[in-house]
Write a protein that binds this ligand. Structure first.
Ligand code: AHR
Length: 354
C-alpha cells in the first residue's frame, strides 16, 4: 500500500529536534543503565515528544495491506553496522512489515541504484543510511517525485532542500568526538602525542567526530595529533594504518583516537605486534561501545569507548508509521550516548545488546 505524504511545509521549517536516550533508541526501552549525563530524557518522554498524539481526524486507520519498506544499508564494515542491520530487520519482522534490503558494499553509487530500484518497486517508504554526506540531491528528488518518504538513519546528508527527507534519527557525532577528547585529555593530563584513525572519507561520523575532538584539543595545547589517516571504519584497515604509524612514530605515540571500535581493535593488534602494551604504553580511545570493545576494556587493552547506539530499528519504524498515519514529524531525533571505560566495563558487559 501507499500512503499520503506532504513533503516540505512544517517539516523543513524550524527543524524541530527530539532527544532519545535509551538502549534501543525507541519507545519500547525501559532501562537506562548508569546514565552519565543529567540531560538524558526518559525513553518514554522522548517518544511522546517525538510522535504526534492523535490520528488525523481522531480515527485510527483501518486494517491495511502489508507495508513495504526499502532499506538501503551502507554495508557490513563493522560490528556496529551489523547490529544496526539486525535491529532494522528484526523490527520489520516484529511489525509485519515487508523489508526490501539492499547492501551497498560501502559504495554510494550502489545506494543510488538501490533507491531507484525502490522507486520502481513502488515501496511505501525508504530507510536510508547514507555512506557519505553529499551527492544525494538528484536521487532524493526522484524519490520525492515518486512521493515516497525517506527516513534517514545513523548518518545525515547535506542537501539544499531539507524537504527531500522526512526525518533523521542519529547520534550526535560531534558530541561523541568531544566526549572522546575530554576523556583523553583527563587521562593524559593534557599532554601527549595522538594518532587518529578516521572513518570513511566524506561520512558524517568521520567529519563530525574529528570536528568534536579537535574542538576540545584547542583547549589543551599540550595534546597534539601527530598523524591522521582514514581506516575506513574497518578492523583490517585500522590495523594496517596503525602499523604504518608505529613504523614512523613508534615510542612517540602516547594515544590512539579511533573513530570507531573496529579500527581501535585493529590498532590494538598492531600495537601488540609491535611489542607495545595497548591500554598501558599507548592509551586507546574509540567510539561505538560494541561488545568487542567491552571485552578489550575488560582485558585492559582499550581504555575508553564512547557509545553510539546502533539499535535504531524501533525508532525508524515508529517514524515510518507516524508518517503513514499523517502524524507531525520532527526533523531530527538525537540518540544520546554514554561513555564507557575500564572503570565500568566489567560491570556492564553482560548487559550489552550489541
Ligand atoms: O555511522 C556510524 C558509524 O559507522 C559507526 O561508528 C561505525 O562503526 C560504522 O561503520
Amino acid at each position: 500500500m501507499r500512503f499520503g505524504f506532504a513533503f516540505g511545509g512544517h517539516l523543513a521549517k524550524g527543524k524541530p529536534i527530539c532527544v532519545l536516550t535509551n538502549r534501543t533508541a525507541s519507545s519500547n526501552i525501559t532501562k537506562i543503565m548508569k546514565p552519565h549525563r543529567s540531560y538524558f530524557l526518559s525513553a518514554l518522554a522522548a517518544a511522546a515528544l517525538c510522535s504526534g498524539f492523535c490520528f488525523p481526524g481522531g480515527v485510527a486507520p483501518a486494517a491495511e495491506k502489508k507495508l513495504v519498506v526499502g532499506f538501503s544499508q551502507i554495508g557490513a564494515e563493522s560490528a556496529w553496522r551489523t547490529a544496526e542491520t539486525e535491529s532494522i530487520r528484526s523490527e520489520a519482522g516484529r511489525r509485519g512489515i515487508e523489508l526490501k534490503f539492499s547492501d551497498a558494499q560501502q559504495k554510494q553509487e550502489n545506494q543510488i541504484k538501490a533507491l531507484r530500484a525502490f522507486i520502481a518497486q513502488k515501496v511505501d517508504a525508504i530507510i536510508l543510511a547514507p555512506v557519505v554526506e553529499t551527492g544525494w540531491e538528484p536521487v532524493l528528488r526522484e524519490v520525492k517525485r515518486a512521493k515516497i518518504p525517506v527516513v534517514l538513519v545513523d548518518r545525515g546528508v547535506t542537501v539544499s532542500d531539507e524537504s527531500l527527507y522526512a526525518t533523521l534519527i542519529a547520534s550526535d557525532f560531534v558530541q561523541e568526538g568531544r566526549f572522546a577528547a575530554q576523556w583523553l585529555a583527563k587521562k593524559l593530563k593534557g599532554k601527549g602525542n595522538i594518532v587518529e584513525l578516521q572513518g570513511t572519507p566524506g561520512a558524517a561520523p568521520a567529519i563530525d567526530r574529528k570536528k568534536g575532538f579537535e574542538a576540545v584539543l584547542v583547549k589543551h595545547p599540550g595534546l597534539k595529533i601527530i598523524k591522521s589517516q582514514s581506516g575506513d571504519f574497518t578492523r583490517a584497515k585500522g590495523k594496517e594504518v596503525m602499523e604504518a604509524f608505529l613504523k614512523t612514530e613508534g615510542k612517540n605515540i602516547q594515544a590512539v583516537y579511533a573513530h570507531n571500535d573496529d579500527m581501535a581493535l585493529g590498532a590494538i593488534q598492531a600495537i601488540e605486534e609491535a611489542g607495545f602494551k595497548p591500554g598501558t604504553n599507548i592509551v586507546v580511545v574509540s567510539i561505538d561501545g560494541v561488545k568487542g570493545a567491552f571485552e578489550a576494556m575488560v582485558a585492559g587493552k582499550l581504555n575508553c569507548s564512547v557509545e553510539c547506539n546502533p539499535l535504531l530499528g524501533p525508532a525508524a519504524f515508529d517514524a515510518v508509521e507516524s508518517i503513514r498515519n499523517g502524524k507531525p514529524m520532527l526533523k531530527r531525533t538525537i540518540v544520546r550516548d554514554q561513555i564507557f571505560d575500564q572503570s565500568n566495563a566489567k560491570e556492564l558487559i553482560a548487559s550489552r545488546k550489541y
